[in-house]
Ligand binder design. Structure first.
Ligand SMILES: [Mg+2]
Length: 433
């Protein structure tokens, strides 16, 4: 469905449009465009200097244009006179290859040419913390096992309900909100949809949660591991492939209700996990979530190894139900577009190669994982993950070699900035050597 943005502005009282795009590091950038000028922006795009964002460009490059996709229009629930529109990046008359939304759209077109549509749902976890970022905002939220804590959930009712009311009004079909496993941590779930719609909503959800938290004098953070002793922020994704109204992953006669096609897709996910973890877990901090010791609540709820299972939350992939599986790898820092693109690229390759995922492991990985000899480990840090991605030629080709080169270049620079900084830990451990 397309929307005439000029008409929408008149009918809905929109005074300004936020023409928004997500850069390689997942940061959302925008121009605030008066409604009177939006028609020209749809035609030509809003101009940006790409180098000034996290994109692999130089100050000498041409103007980059963000062309709004009118179908994505959302009136800000907390400021209805502003309309948010996701935009696609263009430069010199061509789509920008490294633009994350362009990367996902290319993969979706590849899947469509094979008769597949990926649908997915994401589970966004976040903490509500103090505005200065140093502590959980609710001092009374200190239970050792705070998951589903009714009292702590209701102390944040005003924030949670405002976000959920917004999702209801937007037609996202939210269906539950809870206090998660860490003190100060929450999760809100809305219905799954086609991968691009979920990616756009995921991007908007982060913007909305942060904005509504700020309105209430709080700060929402999706940082993968903001507190060392507490469970981190995951971003679990449930995926399935469809053709029209038919879920191609569903087969009642298949093992755990999954079709042979689903197992091939899963084989691709497992086969390429070392390669795409640099995308799904994109920050230095990400590796402090997936390779963490047990937290105060008793578990990290995040994987360390590349394995799958049935309805068991201690593995990278869980099959909770017929017709879909849950990939528990990505974290709150993931770029919403690259998340979907990475899984789709890996899964399609699994189908093309008829990849066998092997036998599922029905063990408690947290307790008994050490007894397995052959299980592959996830990378221990961002640098190892980037090196693995850089060697994953098939995955890079599927995502776009230009995109992949830009991503590795900028993220390696980020790693170098991190490793060049001298931390408090280093000083404490080494000052008296
Ligand atoms: Mg959760």
């Amino acid at each position: 469905m397309t929307t005439d943005l000029e008409l929408a502005a008149q009918e809905r009282g929109i005074k300004y449009f936020l023409v928004s795009f997500t850069d390689l590091f997942g940061a959302q950038r925008a121009k605030l465009v008066p409604a009177a000028a939006i028609g020209e922006m749809v035609r030509a795009g809003a101009g940006f200097a790409g180098f000034a964002t996290w994109l692999d460009m130089t100050p000498a490059d041409s103007d980059m244009f963000a062309r709004p996709d009118p179908a994505t229009l959302i009136q800000l629930p907390w400021k209805p006179e502003v309309g948010w529109v996701a935009a696609d990046l263009w430069m010199d008359g061509k789509p920008v290859e490294q633009g994350p939304r362009n990367v996902l759209k290319r993969l979706i077109a590849t899947a469509a040419a094979q008769g597949y549509e990926m649908k997915s749902g994401v589970e966004c976890e976040y903490f509500l913390i103090t505005p200065d970022g140093t502590a959980i905002s609710d001092a009374a939220d200190h239970q050792a096992k705070p998951c589903y804590d009714q009292q702590a959930l209701m102390r944040r009712y005003d924030v949670i309900a405002e976000i959920c009311d917004a999702m209801l009004a937007l037609g996202w079909k939210p269906y539950q909100n809870d206090h998660e496993d860490a003190n100060g941590q929450f999760e809100m779930n809305w219905e799954y949809d086609s991968a691009l719609i979920t990616a756009d909503r995921h991007a908007f959800f982060k913007f909305m949660a942060k904005s509504i938290a700020e309105k209430h004098g709080l700060r929402a953070t999706f940082m993968p591991k903001p507190f060392a002793h507490l469970t981190g922020n995951g971003c679990h994704a449930h995926v399935s492939l469809w053709r029209g109204e038919k879920n191609l992953f569903h087969d009642e006669a298949g093992e755990l209700g999954l079709s042979a096609l689903a197992y091939n897709f899963l084989g691709g996910i497992l086969n390429h996990a070392e390669g795409f973890v640099a995308l799904t877990n994109p920050t230095v901090n990400s590796y402090k979530r997936i390779n963490a010791p047990a937290t105060r609540s008793g578990a990290t709820w995040s994987p360390n190894t590349i394995s799958y299972t049935g309805n068991n939350r201690t593995h990278m992939v869980r099959i909770p139900d017929a017709g879909r599986f849950e990939i528990r790898l990505a974290d709150g820092a993931v770029n919403p577009y690259l998340l979907q693109a990475a899984y789709l690229a890996a899964g399609l390759d699994g189908i093309a190669s008829s990849t066998d995922p092997g036998k599922r492991l029905d063990i408690n990985m947290y307790e008994d994982g050490h007894t397995l000899k052959d299980v592959r480990k996830l990378p221990l840090n961002l640098l190892d993950a980037l090196r693995a991605f850089d060697k994953a030629d098939a995955l890079k080709a599927a995502l776009g070699t230009g995109f992949a080169a830009s991503y590795v270049k900028l993220k390696t620079a980020e790693w170098n900035a991190y490793s060049g900084a001298i931390s408090d830990w280093e000083r404490a451990a080494t000052l008296d050597c």
